[in-house]
Design a protein around this ligand. Structure first.
Ligand code: ARG
Ligand code: ZN
Length: 871
């Protein structure tokens, strides 16, 4: 028996520059997976052919090798080399049929990678990026594409046996067992392989593609959850249509299956024709699911579907190219969501996520390029930078090209690379060739870390009517990535007459398009000077409209100008952006809050907006999150000071509007709306109003909240009310919490919310957190439940960085380092800005992290903590 011992010595760093194509291709693989209670058997037959000189290498981890044959001949142990990561055969023949039999243990696999037990009646797989090597020996790398035929066998108590592609055979066996055989006609890398063994029900539908292909659509979930699958099903059909209309991409198989599981490390996975989803990203029903969660379900369904072209048919040459598929696909799902609801609000929400997650990441010790050039553990690079900044890079190129040229570019990409495993260079080259615009300068965006700062100054000559902008870009030096270069920064721009608010027509040689009102300038040098002619009156400039580039803009606006833009900007996003800048001035630079408060109250804007776009109205009332504010503070950070300021501003806002909050609360009715997105906006506004009334100190508000809690059948409203009761310590709080638990005790996702609200209490002290952790429903085997508490705690930096918070995160990282290293690494990432804290906190944290560093074993946690302590 050969069982590999895990001996991670010094974790090995892998470099992009060392990429080598594989010595052998795998034309096809026949896989047979037989699941038993205490083990599973996997046979694999690989039809391999030599491409280059070199050893035949099969990657494998935690596999018990029972036998191996080449071209029918059994190999003895001296004919191959086996260690904890791979099996190597030197001098293999050029044509090799390799057959292996291994034993694996999905029933005790707590890492949720490879094949694992996801509940009493369910086994699923997660193979991206390197899970397949935990199922069988294989060249488990994305540039090896094969045809998969899969036989799945288990007891009949698991009626559902799924794998990718078409069902070609099924049958019964002795001993109460049965099997199915699936064949996937499309060649794919092993990370897209999936199989599912379980007791699930199914919701069925169908879709006919623009080519006339009838596709069977199936969503598998637990029986009680099937009614919660309709929104996802509709989103799937909408996505299929959207990709046809916007990118000309139809679906290519006869079936598309989605399986929901509550035991999942991430959101969802795009396995070919057989997506596997975290329940949180597929189940949606207004009675159980908040509006925000419903929006997320729709966007993740779209995301995984869009991967079929951007990720599956065209995949990545190696994992350094991860953002090739993820960045582009996030950009595509964001665009889809912009079409589902108010585009401005979608952009606001996406930019908020970028600024509160990606910007801080890129400003700290875990900063890396969207395409890194080295890593130890690729799982550590499923980051906001790869996903969100990656999406912004695609978006910048799309914005610069405009709709038509961008489409020509993507058409060329699909034409050139369908069926291939490619690189970021290939993508940019295809876009350039198809559009006729050279975009190669954008490669710099993929290759270097950090958020660029764009400093802009203005000058207006009232006699010549020339308005001048001078720009200077800079980027913080990075120890691991020297030689940082200027990047092309597209800046969407408008000039407004400071007196009338009228938008000027723009006249400048530097514009991408001259004589337009909504202009675009490409700042692609370290410094630039740009003149606008015929600006007949002093203007107020609006820069970086729609957040046209992921940069920190520095422009010396005074508060009055920002208030002016809030009033006169022509799009909701730009109004929001002005409001946010104003709010940052108050919260970070101690400006007086009166300009903002007056602008918001005096603006006829708000009452008007409430009628036309209630969602946007609710976002204009949003304050920058404490974590975003924290990301702007690089030293001597004191979370309590940020909180005090932010709370004071919220209280001012509560007071300033006086009775208006109550009017909003009592006169707006989500039921009067037929459009989901309008009703969602109204629910958001009413929940804000309820909180504001609580801030006003009204006690009557608790009765209103309790009434809302009891009478609604909508989760957004029920949670909105529960939050007010719990966070303001209302007398009805414990009653409501008990009621919520009883009502939803069989609904895991609702119970996650129940944990989260309590963990997000403004004073979540030790007793409270201990009580949650000790609750019988708290479960370290379910990442969603873990994240319910960490999400709640993490949403309030004062608690996150307090004694209780840091202990909770560090302890979890220690436990998960062994049990589930992907999650363990995430836990510790939450503390990556430890070095910004004021003393003595900073030193205390450092010591605790160093202790953890000494204990950590997994590559995941080791790499993360090493980077974190390298500042
Ligand atoms: N490709 C998936 C998605 O973004 C994410 C899978 C990540 N899995 C992981 N173990 N890191 O759609
Ligand atoms: Zn993805």
């Amino acid at each position: 028996m050969n069982i590999a011992v895990d001996t991670p010595s010094v974790p090995e760093t892998i470099y992009l520059k060392d990429y080598m194509p594989p010595a052998f291709a795998v034309n096809s693989i026949d896989l047979d997976i037989r699941v038993f209670d205490t083990y599973s058997e996997v046979t694999a037959k690989l039809d391999m052919r030599r491409q280059h000189a070199g050893d035949l290498v099969l990657l494998g981890r935690d596999l018990e090798l029972k036998s191996i044959k080449i071209n029918g001949q059994v190999l003895s142990p001296e004919q191959y080399q086996l260690d904890s990561e791979q099996l190597t055969i030197a001098n293999a023949p050029d044509q090799a049929v390799v057959e292996t039999l291994v034993i694996i243990h999905p029933e005790s696999n707590t890492q949720l990678e490879g094949l694992y037990k996801a509940g009493d009646d369910l086994f699923v797989t997660q193979n991206e990026p390197e899970g397949f090597r935990k199922i069988t020996f294989f060249p488990d790398r994305p540039d090896v594409l094969s045809v998969f035929t899969t036989r799945v066998e288990a007891e009949k108590k698991f009626p559902v046996l799924l794998a990718n592609g078409n069902l070609i055979e099924k049958g019964e066996l002795d001993g109460g067992r049965h099997y199915t055989v699936w064949q996937d006609p499309t060649k794919k890398p092993s990370y897209l392989f999936a199989c599912v063994i379980g007791d699930l029900q199914v919701l069925k539908d169908s879709y006919t593609t623009m080519e006339g292909r009838d596709v069977a659509l199936e969503i598998y979930a637990e029986a009680k959850d099937i009614p919660k699958c309709h929104i996802a099903m509709q989103a799937l059909k909408d996505s299929m249509k959207w990709d046809e209309v916007h990118y000309g991409r139809p679906y290519d198989l006869d079936n598309y299956m989605i399986v929901a599981t509550s035991a999942f490390n991430m959101g969802a996975m795009e396995n070919k024709g057989l997506n596997i989803f975290n329940t949180s990203c597929v189940l949606a029903d207004p009675e159980y699911t908040t509006d925000a969660a419903i929006m997320r379900v729709q966007s993740v369904i779209a995301h995984e579907y869009f991967h079929n072209w951007t990720g599956n048919r065209i995949t990545c040459r190696d994992w350094f190219q991860l953002c090739l598929k993820e960045g582009l696909t996030v950009f595509r799902d964001q665009s889809f969501s912009e079409d589902l609801q108010s585009a401005a609000v979608q952009r606001i929400d996406d930019v908020s996520v970028l600024k509160s997650h990606q910007f801080p990441e890129d400003a700290g010790p875990l900063s890396h390029p969207a395409r890194p050039d080295h890593f130890v553990e690729i799982n550590n690079f499923y980051t906001a930078t790869v996903y969100e900044k990656g999406a912004e890079i695609s978006r910048m190129m799309a914005t610069l090209l405009g709709k038509e040229k961008f489409r020509l570019g993507t058409d060329e990409y699909f034409k050139r690379h369908d069926g291939q495993a490619v690189t970021v260079e290939d993508w940019v080259a295809a876009l350039s060739a198809g559009s006729g615009v050279d975009l190669s300068a954008f490669l710099t965006w993929y290759n270097q870390p950090g958020t660029p700062t764009l400093e802009v100054n203005e000058e207006y000559d009232a006699t010549t009517h020339v308005y001048t902008l001078r720009s200077k870009q800079s980027i913080k030096p990075h120890a691991k990535y020297p030689n940082l270069k200027a990047v092309p920064i597209p800046v969407a721009i408008a000039l407004f007459d400071a007196e009338t608010g009228e938008q000027f027509e723009l006249e400048s040689e530097s514009l991408i398009e001259n004589h337009v009102k909504d202009g675009m300038i490409l700042f692609d040098q370290d410094e630039a000077t740009i003149h606008f002619n015929n600006v007949t009156n002093r203007p107020v400039v609006s820069l970086l409209r729609n957040f046209s580039a992921p940069v920190n803009l520095e422009f010396a606006y005074n508060d009055a100008e920002l208030a002016f833009l809030l009033q006169h900007e022509t799009s909701g996003f730009n109004q929001w952006q002005a409001a946010q800048t104003l709010l940052e001035n108050i919260l970070l630079k101690n400006h007086d809050s009166s300009v903002y408060l007056d602008a918001i109250t005096n603006a006829k804007l708000l009452p008007e907006l409430i009628k036309t776009d209630p969602n946007l109205a609710s976002r204009l009332l949003d304050l920058p999150s404490e974590s975003y504010l924290a990301s702007r503070i690089d030293s001597d950070y004191r979370p309590e000071i940020v909180e005090i300021k932010r709370e004071a501003l919220l209280n001012d806002l509560a007071k300033q509007f006086g009775e208006f909050w109550k009017t909003i609360y009592t006169t707006l009715d989500p039921k009067s709306q037929t459009e989901f997105s309008q009703a969602m906006g109204i629910r958001a506004l009413r929940n804000i109003a309820l909180t504001m009334m609580a801030r006003q100190g009204s006690t009557e508000v608790f009765d209103l909240a309790y009434q809302q809690y009891q009478t609604t059948d909508n989760m957004t409203e029920r949670l909105g009310a529960l939050r007010v009761l719990v966070w303001f310590d209302a007398p009805q709080a414990s009653d409501a919490l008990q009621d919520f638990y009883n009502r939803f005790k069989d609904e895991d996702l609702a119970i996650d919310q129940w944990f989260m609200i309590q963990a997000a209490h403004p004073r979540a002290d030790q007793a409270r957190i201990e009580q949650l952790v000790a609750h019988p429903d708290y479960d370290l085997g379910t990442p969603n439940r873990i994240r319910a508490i960490t999400g709640g705690l993490g949403s309030r930096p004062v608690n996150l960085w307090g004694e209780v918070g840091t202990a909770h995160f560090i302890n979890l990282a220690k436990i998960m380092d062994q049990k589930n290293p992907i999650v363990g690494s995430r836990m510790i990432q939450a503390l990556s800005r430890w070095y910004t804290l004021s003393e003595p906190k900073r030193s205390e944290l450092k010591e605790k992290l160093q202790t953890l560093q000494g204990q950590a074993k997994s590559k995941n946690v080791v790499e993360t903590i090493d980077s974190m302590l390298s500042v």
